[in-house]
Ligand binder design. Structure first.
Ligand code: SF4
Length: 407
């Protein structure tokens, strides 16, 4: 394919037209931060017109840190039998979701390590219990990596596993575990982790079953632009397929940058300078993703990894959603030593308004629940943090399996 001019490609992408792989790659190499941002904002206005920036009131819950995958970038997991290993108790889960309900939340996002022993019945039990106890809370649980692990532990295939979990109350899958969907890169940092095709396969099955799904990406593994483009091409191809075959694909895309520090193998590596990415690179990447992933409607900012201010700036780079309140975060924060793991609606409003946009609370499917178009509206303060038990102490101390029965 002949090389087109950068100006032609930027205009083509800004007009909402599809970029070929080589065209996206060329823009990645040649376009500046501002050029990509302006084109991405134009494309955003075609696909999600207007000044509204949405956000979700939800809670992130990690049900276990026990994992046998040993990703080199992970500072969260512990091997089975480790004294710091935990599996969340139902009491703790209940307290966490109660707090979310007090915040007016609508979703829990539940993820954990690849636990080598938890049976399928454990996952079924907590889903059924959450479905019955919190009927208005959407349950998006277990990334494709975990689904494959649950299937393996239970002696089922992933489709059967998804169907059983869906019958118990599962409504969606988080997009975790994708990192870079290219086995050359995955082999370097996570040789024991689910491969690219398997991640895509589980998502394809979930979309066929009409579950909600989101797509993610982590940059900063010393990957090339070609590796990143292959990730985006694979997501776009799957999205084309699923929308055509089932009318149900990824509802949103979110990317962030690898965090590393002394608590991870990558951070301790003598090559650690190669890892991670600057805010400049994050913003260029986020804009390029908006341009290339023309079939994924919503693109989220990542305040957890970028910090609130870069997330605010990213709204000028094609992103239309501020993510969520989270209420807790235990995976990135342990590596990046961040204490800011929740954001109130008032904080989100201030950041969104400060960038010149209108905040709007949404549900998981991006239905608008409330548009805050009156800048003088004062939000009530969030409820106090629950003190049933100190969460950090729980994480260190509790190893409590809800159901000992294997399927
Ligand atoms: S990133 Fe996930 S899969 Fe990898 S070691 Fe950590 S918990 Fe396990």
């Amino acid at each position: 394919m002949p090389n087109s001019s950068k100006a032609y490609l930027l205009a083509k992408a800004a007009a909402g037209e599809r970029l070929y792989f080589n065209e996206g790659l060329q823009l990645y190499h040649e376009a500046s931060l501002i050029e990509l941002g302006m084109a991405a904002n134009a494309a955003r206005q075609i696909r999600v017109p207007g000044r509204i920036v949405t956000y979700l009131v939800d809670r992130n819950i990690n049900y276990t840190n026990i994992c046998n995958v040993n990703c080199l970038f992970c500072g969260f997991s512990r091997p089975a039998g480790h004294p710091d290993g935990f599996v969340v108790s139902r009491e703790e889960l209940s307290a966490k979701i109660d707090e979310l309900v007090a915040w007016g939340g609508t979703r829990v996002l539940i993820q954990g390590g690849n636990h080598p022993d938890l049976p399928l019945s454990w996952y079924v039990d907590i889903l059924r219990w959450m479905r019955e106890t919190y009927p208005t809370i959407e349950l998006d649980c277990f990334s494709p990596t975990e689904i494959s692990n649950i299937a393996k532990v239970s002696g089922l295939n992933t489709y059967e596993t998804l169907k059983i979990l869906q019958s118990a109350g599962l409504q969606g899958l988080p997009g975790g575990g994708a990192e870079i969907l290219d086995d050359e890169i995955r082999h370097r940092h996570s040789p024991k982790k689910q491969k690219t095709d398997d991640w895509l396969h589980v998502m394809r099955e979930a979309q066929e079953l009409d579950l909600n799904t989101s797509a993610t990406m982590v940059v900063g593994f010393d990957e090339s632009y070609e590796h990143r483009m292959r990730h985006l091409q694979r997501l776009r191809d799957l999205q084309d397929y699923s929308l055509r075959e089932h009318g149900n694909g990824f509802i949103a895309f979110i990317s962030w940058t690898l965090q590393h520090s002394q608590v991870t193998s990558l951070g301790r590596s003598k090559h650690h300078d190669k890892y991670g990415a600057t805010p400049h690179e994050y913003l260029r990447h986020a804009a390029l993703c908006r341009l290339f992933l023309d079939n994924i409607l919503h693109h989220q900012a990542s305040w957890v990894t970028q910090g609130p201010k870069v997330a605010q700036v990213s709204l000028e780079f094609g992103l239309d959603d501020f993510g969520s309140t989270m209420l807790e975060e235990n995976v990135v924060s342990v590596v990046a030593h961040q204490s800011h793991t929740r954001m109130t609606e008032a904080e989100i409003h201030a950041l969104v308004r400060g960038a010149g946009y209108i905040p709007a609370k949404r549900d998981t499917n991006y239905n608008l629940l409330k548009v805050y178009d009156d800048p003088n509206e004062i939000l009530p303060p969030p409820p106090p943090k629950y003190h049933l038990r100190d969460v950090d102490a729980t994480i260190k101390a509790k190893v409590e399996i809800l159901s000992p029965h294997h399927n």
